[in-house]
Write a protein that binds this ligand. Structure first.
Ligand SMILES: [Zn+2]
Length: 281
């Protein structure tokens, strides 16, 4: 569910309707939940829906301050709640997990949003150098990747709590949900999805593939990067011709199928959430 080590149309589900290097196995609760002084819950509806809780106390102040000041998870939770009717309370719990592995935990019904993951994304782009930083700047890049993580883990939560029956691999389906949630935001959302693609590409560069990766439930980071870029291109081919071919993130061959891949991803989630979407997009 989590990243492995490491996240307008408009005619869509504006949705109402995909993170990295291991972690989708929740359950290893190594976090210290004692620091509850800074706990805060954010959410409009106390009866159900996504909400944010901070349980880091005085630890990990830098990462926590970053999340809070930009309201990254609060805005993601609002967007999820504006899109999907969820009768259950699904907390994004910001805490120290001991590893950069955010994950949805089916035992608690909560998403553990690890501060280590925030640091990892920031460090990765910082070490990548100026050339790797997207046009919007490093800060916007990190925020976009974290938003993608929130939607990817949110998808795992929705699949579990709403007992959604999907075809394919859950990790890929979760990435598709994140892509829909981002691309549905229009041009800004496209940029966010491409930031997620860039982060997966950076992760793939810094971590040569080994046997462990091949056994992981996620697609390889390089594949995830290509998938996100494919969805962005497939949603608006004319807008993103630059993504295709030499120097781009989508090969000429793959580009031909991207519009269909995007349509299938979006329609798949529309069908999964039929009757639960708050607005059609
Ligand atoms: Zn996952």
């Amino acid at each position: 569910m989590g990243r492995r080590t490491g996240n307008g149309t408009r005619a869509l589900l504006t949705l109402a309707l995909a993170a990295a290097v291991t972690g989708c196995t929740a359950g290893e609760d190594t976090a210290d939940a004692r620091g509850t002084a800074a706990r805060r819950t954010h959410g409009k509806d106390s009866a159900g829906g996504f909400a944010v809780q901070y349980r880091t106390g005085d630890k990990a102040a830098r990462a926590t301050d970053y999340l809070r000041s930009r309201r990254i998870l609060e805005k993601a939770a609002d967007r999820l709640n504006d899109t999907v009717k969820v009768p259950h309370r699904i907390p994004f719990v910001v805490r120290s997990c001991g590893a950069p592995e955010p994950a949805y935990d089916p035992d608690t019904g909560a998403v553990d949003f690890c501060v280590e993951h925030v640091d990892e994304i920031r460090d990765r782009v910082a070490h990548a150098g100026r050339a790797a930083v997207p046009r919007g700047g490093a800060d916007a890049h990190v925020a976009a990747v974290l938003e993608e993580t929130a939607y990817h883990e949110g998808a795992h939560a929705l699949i579990d709590r709403l007992k959604l029956h999907f075809t394919g691999r859950e990790e890929d389906v979760a990435d598709q949900f994140a892509a829909v949630m981002l691309i549905d935001q229009g041009g800004a959302g496209d940029a966010k999805a491409l930031a997620a693609a860039a982060d997966y590409a950076l992760s793939a560069e810094e971590s040569p593939i080994d046997e462990t990766d091949l056994l992981d439930e996620h697609s390889l980071d390089g594949q995830r990067a290509a998938n996100y870029a494919c969805y962005v291109y497939g949603a608006h081919p004319a807008r993103h011709e630059g993504l295709v071919g030499d120097g781009g993130q989508v090969t000429e061959d793959r580009a031909e199928s991207c519009p269909e891949e995007w349509t299938q991803a979006r329609n798949g989630w529309q069908q999964l959430l039929v009757g639960r979407l708050k607005h059609h997009v």
